[in-house]
Design a protein around this ligand. Structure first.
Ligand SMILES: NC(=O)C1=CN([C@@H]2O[C@H](COP(=O)(O)OP(=O)(O)OC[C@H]3O[C@@H](n4cnc5c(N)ncnc54)[C@H](OP(=O)(O)O)[C@@H]3O)[C@@H](O)[C@H]2O)[C@@H](O)CC1
Ligand SMILES: Nc1ncnc2c1ncn2[C@@H]1O[C@H](COP(=O)(O)OP(=O)(O)O)[C@@H](O)[C@H]1O
Length: 450
């Protein structure tokens, strides 16, 4: 058993159907899985309980409850006071939430909701067994009007996507994992990202070896977004970074605060990696046909995504681009516009939405937000557990787009999926040590990790 985040390597995620298959094959040779699960829960509970009061074990009707009962027995054997039931004991030292796990298949009943409220309000920390009760393992959404908000979740046998995306992170608390001694024997549903190495530099390399980025955007009043993207691309290590500031006179400096950035345009830079749409306003729509047809590598963000959503002709150009050459970075509202759905409906199953959008656009899609998802045609989707609410600040998405462009400029033979996985994970890790308040700080933190 170990705490899971931050990840040190990529990890396989399994949805409910795959977890069930792994479990049923494992049970054939290891019939004591529930004993192992309950023992792991009891061990963690011993470390987490606060004070000498009883450990309150709330068991549901299925095997999740079974794990809870084994844990209760093991704790009692160690002389720990234990209360098993749905009524709140006095001054509990810990709550073990073993009400509902993988088998959650409908909105919890009123009785269960009342028990969840009691757990939540009793004042003790909550350790969820496998999943916080009421949270759907595949999507990270509550099946009904609420799910338990745990302080810790010990997930068992397999890692489930819903712990890491949607509302999962807010409900799971600190995530622990015990594989119960079983190695998964089938392909993962998705991959939880680990850290990716930064591009290597040979001793004889020079700025011409490190690629070019062309940021197209920054319409009047919106230059900040384009400049953040350009600064991030440069901080990432791109050899030269140019800005095509839409609707700005040629005399306007690329970025008065960053003298290294230059003005440029598609006509002069057909080999550059395009980072398009940051602060693009309405003007980006006119530039898009040329950009979509002429640039070999494109990161498409913000207003360029909105322009695409509004124009089937542009969507056809997008789909006709070669495989692996386009990377879209929508936040949920932008993704919902592209799919013609509402955001709530899209967020209900982020993994499925990202896959659908990737297939529809013939592109890699980074569906941003807590637990960003990276989906590409023909690739196993990836899920990012790094980052957090510190990224919820204006311009952090522009920084991501620029960083992705900078990575791609240095590694032009990589496909969009690999670039997205590396860049999204690094963007999240940059805030984990704290100290990021503005998108500009984020650029400094990303650069410091190089
Ligand atoms: N077998 C093993 O060795 C291992 C098992 N493991 C453990 O087993 C867990 C999975 O167990 P599980 O399949 O029994 O599902 P579980 O989450 O207990 O729920 C099913 C029960 O809840 C009910 N129910 C569902 N939704 C409901 C609702 N909204 N409101 C009310 N009731 C609802 C559902 O009712 P039904 O649909 O049948 O009417 C059924 O009775 C897994 O998460 C892990 O903890 C692992 O440790 C590995 C080793
Ligand atoms: N709670 C959170 N957890 C993880 N990542 C987050 C969270 N909130 C925001 N982010 C990340 O911050 C970035 C915000 O991007 P975006 O919404 O496009 O911002 P902007 O348009 O201001 O640049 C995305 O990479 C998103 O995944």
């Amino acid at each position: 058993m170990h705490a899971l985040l931050p990840t040190t390597a990529p990890l396989p995620l399994f949805d409910v159907a795959a977890s069930r298959r792994i479990e049923s094959r494992a049970l054939a040779h290891s019939p004591d899985l529930m004993e192992r699960a309950g023992l792991a829960v009891a061990k963690l509970a011993l470390a987490l309980r606060r004070g000498e009061g009883p450990v309150w074990v709330v068991c549901g009707p299925g095997n999740n409850g079974g794990d809870g009962r084994v844990a209760a027995r093991r704790l009692a054997q160690r002389g720990v006071p234990v209360h098993v039931g749905h009524d709140t004991p006095e001054r509990p030292a810990l709550v073990i939430d073993a009400l509902l796990g993988l088998g959650l298949n409908r909105a919890p009943s009123a009785d269960m909701l009342a028990t969840m409220v009691a757990m939540q309000s009793c004042g003790a920390p909550i350790l969820a067994v496998d999943l916080p009760s009421g949270l759907l393992a595949d999507t990270g959404q509550a099946a009904g009007e609420r799910a338990v908000r745990a302080d810790h979740t010990l997930t068992l046998l397999t890692l489930k996507p819903g712990l890491f995306t949607g509302e999962g992170r807010a409900h799971a608390g600190r995530i622990w994992f015990d594989d119960l001694g079983i190695a998964p024997d089938e392909a993962a549903t998705a991959t939880l990202l680990g850290p990716a190495p930064l591009p290597e530099r040979s001793a004889t390399s020079h700025k011409g070896s490190h690629g070019q980025v062309l940021v197209v955007g920054g319409a009047p009043g919106l230059q900040g977004a384009a400049r953040l993207a350009a600064r991030a691309a440069l901080a990432c290590g791109a050899g030269r970074v140019y800005l095509d500031l839409l609707g700005q006179s040629a005399g306007e400096p690329a970025d008065p605060a960053w003298a290294e950035l230059m003005r440029g345009s598609l006509a002069a830079l057909p080999q550059a990696v395009g980072v398009i749409g940051c602060g693009g306003g309405a003007a980006i729509a006119q530039a898009l046909p040329d950009l979509l047809q002429r640039l070999q590598h494109l990161v498409v963000d913000a207003d360029a995504l909105n322009a695409l959503a509004a124009d089937p002709g542009l969507q056809a150009l997008l789909r006709s681009r070669p495989a692996g050459s386009t990377l879209l970075t929508p936040h949920p509202l932008e993704a919902a516009r592209l799919l013609g759905r509402d955001t709530r409906n899209l967020q209900a199953d982020r993994l499925a939405a990202a896959r659908e959008l990737a297939a529809r656009c013939n592109a890699t899609v980074v569906l941003k937000g807590s637990g960003s998802i990276i989906a590409s045609p023909g690739e196993r989707p990836a899920l990012c557990a790094s980052g957090g609410p510190a990224l919820g600040t204006a311009g952090s998405g522009d920084v991501l787009a620029g960083w992705l462009g900078g990575l791609w400029a240095q590694q032009p033979t990589h496909g969009a999926h690999a670039i997205a996985c590396a860049g999204v994970d690094a963007h999240g890790r940059a805030v984990e040590a704290g100290g990021v308040w503005r998108a500009g700080d984020l650029i400094d933190r990303l650069a410091a990790r190089r």
